[in-house]
Design a protein around this ligand. Structure first.
Ligand code: PLP
Length: 389
C-alpha cells in the first residue's frame, strides 16, 4: 500500500507484559503440572453482577421485544434517565452537576483516549506509574509527554512542585492503577490551583472511586473548589459495579467549558451511544439500592486488599494501596528487580503478580484483590513463608 500511515504508532512501546507472564506460567506448569498456582495479578472483577442490575437488564431486553417500548438508536450523549442516575450519584459526594455536564460512554478507556480528538498538541503531563493508556494514546497522537515520577518519597502521588506556568494537559488517576495511591483533598486542591492559575486542563480518572473509604480522599475532582474551571472527570462502572463485560462509563465535562460543546459535537459525529439495555443496567447500578449491592462486592475485594496490606505491614515491606483500592503496590524485597521477584514468587510460592516494570517502574510489584478470600489468605501464608516470617 502507498497510503500514509500514522507513524506515531511506531513510537508506542509494545506491551509484552501479560504475554510474558502467561508464557512464564505455562513454561513453569509444563515442568510442574500440579503446582497449585494462585493468580494475584488479576486486573478484572470476578464477582457477578448484583441481582438488581441483572433484573434491570432483563426488563430492558423485554422492552426491546415489544413494539410500544422498542428503542432504536440511543441519544449519543446518553439517555436522560442514565444521566439523572449519575447526577444523583454525585450528590452523595455533595457535587452538583447539570445533565449537560454528563456524557454516557461505553467505558473509561474509550473516552480517556478519545478525548485527544478535541485537544490540540499540548504539552502533556502524566504521573507514573499509571494506567498505560494515557501514555500510549498521547504517543499515538504525537504529543510531547512529560512524566511526573511517583516514588516512595511522594508516596506515589506526585504534586505540581517545580512545574512551570505554561498551560498543560495533566492526567491524574486517583485511586491509582497500579499503585493504589490516592490524592487527599489538600493534595488535589494543589493540582486544581495549579491548573486554574496556568490555564491547564486536568483529566481526572476516577475509575476506582467506589473503593474509597477514607474521609480525607475525594471521590470526584469536582469536590474541589475551582475544578469546574479546569477539569474533566472520566468515570467507569467497570470496577465499581462489575461492568467490565457490560461496558458503561461516563465523562463529566462542565457545561461552562468550551470543550463541552466540542466534545458534544465530537460524540454526535463519531459515537452512536450506549445500548438501552446497558444504560438501564447502569441506572440500576447507580441507584441507592444498586450502590448498596455493588458495595457488597467491593467490600469483598477490599477485605482481600486489607489482608494483603496487613501481610506487608507484618513483613515490614513498603507498599501503597491496600486501602481505598483493589491494588497493593509493593517494593520488591532485598532490592530484587520486579521480574526476579515475579520468578521468585512463581517458583517458591506458586503465586502470580505483576512486575512493576510493566507499568514503568523497576523494583516494584502489583498484587490485586480480585481472587477469592480463601486464595488470598493462602497466597499470604505462602508469601510470608518464602519471605522468612
Ligand atoms: N482507568 C483506569 C485507571 C483503569 O485501571 C481502567 C481499567 O483497568 C480503566 C480506566 C478502564 O475502564 P473501562 O473498563 O471503563 O474502560
Amino acid at each position: 500500500m502507498k497510503i500514509k500511515l500514522n507513524d506515531n504508532f511506531k513510537n508506542v512501546s509494545e506491551s509484552y507484559l501479560f504475554s510474558t507472564i502467561n508464557k512464564k506460567v505455562s513454561d513453569y506448569k509444563k515442568i510442574n503440572p500440579d503446582a497449585p498456582i494462585i493468580r494475584m495479578g488479576i486486573g478484572d472483577v470476578t464477582l457477578p453482577l448484583p441481582k438488581i442490575v441483572v433484573d434491570a437488564m432483563h426488563n430492558a431486553v423485554s422492552e426491546m421485544g415489544v413494539i410500544d417500548t422498542f428503542k432504536g438508536y440511543p441519544p449519543e450523549w446518553g439517555y436522560s434517565f442514565t444521566k439523572e442516575a449519575v447526577l444523583k450519584y454525585y450528590k452523595n459526594y455533595n457535587v452538583d452537576l447539570s445533565l449537560d455536564d454528563i456524557f454516557i460512554s461505553d467505558g473509561a478507556k474509550t473516552d480517556v483516549s478519545n478525548i485527544l480528538d478535541i485537544l490540540g498538541h499540548n504539552e502533556v503531563y502524566i504521573t507514573s506509574p499509571v494506567y498505560p493508556v494515557y501514555i500510549d494514546s498521547n504517543t499515538m497522537n504525537g504529543n510531547s509527554i512529560h512524566i511526573l515520577h511517583g516514588n516512595k518519597e511522594n508516596r506515589f502521588s506526585p504534586l505540581p512542585v517545580g512545574l512551570d506556568n505554561s498551560a498543560k494537559v495533566i492526567y491524574l488517576c486517583s485511586p491509582n492503577n497500579p499503585t493504589g495511591a490516592s490524592y487527599t483533598y489538600n493534595e488535589l486542591k494543589l493540582w486544581v490551583e495549579h491548573a486554574v492559575s496556568t490555564g491547564s486542563l486536568i483529566i481526572f480518572d476516577s475509575a476506582y472511586e467506589a473503593f474509597i473509604e477514607d474521609k480525607n480522599i475525594p471521590h470526584s475532582i469536582f469536590e474541589i473548589e475551582g475544578a469546574r474551571e479546569c477539569a474533566i472527570e472520566i468515570g467507569s462502572l467497570s470496577k465499581s459495579c462489575g461492568f467490565t463485560g457490560v461496558r458503561c462509563g461516563y465523562t463529566i465535562i462542565p457545561a461552562n467549558l468550551e470543550i463541552n460543546k466540542i466534545w458534544r459535537r465530537r460524540e454526535a459525529t463519531k459515537f452512536n451511544g450506549v445500548s438501552y439495555v446497558t444504560q438501564r443496567a447502569a441506572e440500576a447500578a447507580l441507584s441507592p439500592d444498586g450502590v448498596k449491592a455493588c458495595q457488597e462486592n467491593i467490600a469483598y475485594y477490599k477485605r482481600n486488599a486489607k489482608a494483603l496490606a496487613k501481610c506487608f505491614d507484618e513483613l515490614g515491606i513498603f507498599y501503597t494501596g491496600g486501602h481505598n483500592s483493589p491494588y497493593i503496590w509493593l517494593e520488591c524485597p532485598d532490592g530484587m528487580k520486579s521480574w526476579d521477584f515475579f520468578d521468585f514468587l512463581l517458583t517458591k510460592a506458586n503465586v502470580i503478580g505483576t512486575p512493576g516494570v510493566g507499568f514503568g517502574l523497576e523494583g516494584y510489584f502489583r498484587l490485586t484483590s480480585f481472587n477469592t478470600y480463601e486464595n488470598t489468605l493462602e497466597a499470604i501464608e505462602r508469601i510470608k513463608k518464602v519471605l522468612g516470617k
